[in-house]
Design a protein around this ligand. Sequence first.
Ligand code: AHR
Length: 494
Amino acid sequence: SHATVLLHPGFRVGSIDRRMFGTLIEHLGRAVYTGIFEPDHPTADEHGFRGDVAALTAELGITIARYPGGNFVSSYVWEDGVGPDRPPVLDLAWRTVEPNTVGTDEFLQWAERTGIEPMLAVNLGTRGVDAAAALVEYCNGAAGTRWADLRIANGRERPYGVRLWCLGNEMDGPWQIGHKSADEYGRLAAEAGKAMKRVDPSIELVACGSSSMEMPTFGAWEQTVLEHTWDVVDHVSMHAYYQEHDGDRASFLASGTAADRFIRRVVASADAVAARKQSDRRLTISFDEWNVWYLSRFPGETNLPLQRDAPRIIEDVYSALDAVVVGDLLVTLLNHADRVPLACLAQLVNVIAPIMTEPGGPAWRQPTFHPFATTARLAQGEALDVRVFGPTTATARHGEVPVVTAAATIDGQSVAVFLVNRGTEEIEVAIDHPGASLTLTTGHQLTADDEPARPGPEHAEAITAEHLRTIDLGGARQDDRTTIVLPPESWTAV
Ligand code: AHR
């Protein structure tokens, strides 16, 4: 079987915003404590942050980090996490004792040292306009007013200049502390956002969209929230997690198509609001939580026992199949570069993460690390408007889906092509590039198998050794057409 991928350097989707390669670092489980932060670790810097994790974060190519949640933010009192008094408090999202050792200053300074742009979320669950505006002033204000002066008293003279702000988290979800109706949230987000921009007009605001495409309020939620917040927000969020259900591999491998449909529907909802408002503005998306997550194995927020000391929760281990799906989800993101400038692989370390750690021990890469790192490195410049002509296949969850997906980017004379074969048979792909020559140099290929994932660094390394390979593509100049063979259930970057 075969497929054709058509590229033309003149047909472009749009610039790739580097902020598409973001992540989430939540106060959840071991993401912060024994994840990025572990003062007793042999690689810890003078501030208590693990050097090995920071190095892997850089290798992963992370550009922005959303913080401090996630669900955690919806009952977070940010003042508890700054200054000399740090009371331990009960976090209602994950029923964990939060020691408040790491707070806003520690996180923002870590981000600065690691060259990552911070994206802060404010609590619109249990708090409101006042606390949100105060936090913007604490971070970005100049000396001479209360909250900026508190930052200075806490040892940080220069404002942080945090540009990206999320107006709450998953406020459509009944599990969220302070869950709201679309009208309640829309009004609050509009007023909080207005006040935050009065403090610092240069910030960008993200309104909460839906927690998944399957939410009963999806679509209507976006419409109502954006009607209220249209004049103040810059982006609307979306969240999506995918997993294999009951051995249905074909549907799982088609997660990228589900994500594609989700993006198109959010775009349609935003554009419908624009139409009603006689506006030409094309609101953009912050896809600020996406990943593979075996959610069905998670007992749920309401059944969690009360825990302390950074418990091991949601530490999913990933297989080569999961990594292929992550690669395909990135193909979807690239194809929507014009409407998705912001995206966060959730999360960074230990919690549904590409990086794992042991306290006092090693840090390592899960299989999902590799397609992300390679895409973040190779996808530069602008996304091309790629057309794929090939077979489709029927799936139980998503109906008819393409077997081959592709994205391509162009940066000066360099072109990167990302290809996925979701099918169970090898497939030959002709990349048509009429009127342009391509010289293929190196390729990176990842293949899936049936092996269930097992925890630990040795297993992760063994999977990578077996399933990830670098291919030498010969470097011969090809006019008009280049042919490449994709193994079954594989992701390829050339
Ligand atoms: O990333 C884990 C959780 O998933 C986040 O806290 C929440 O926003 C989402 O439901």
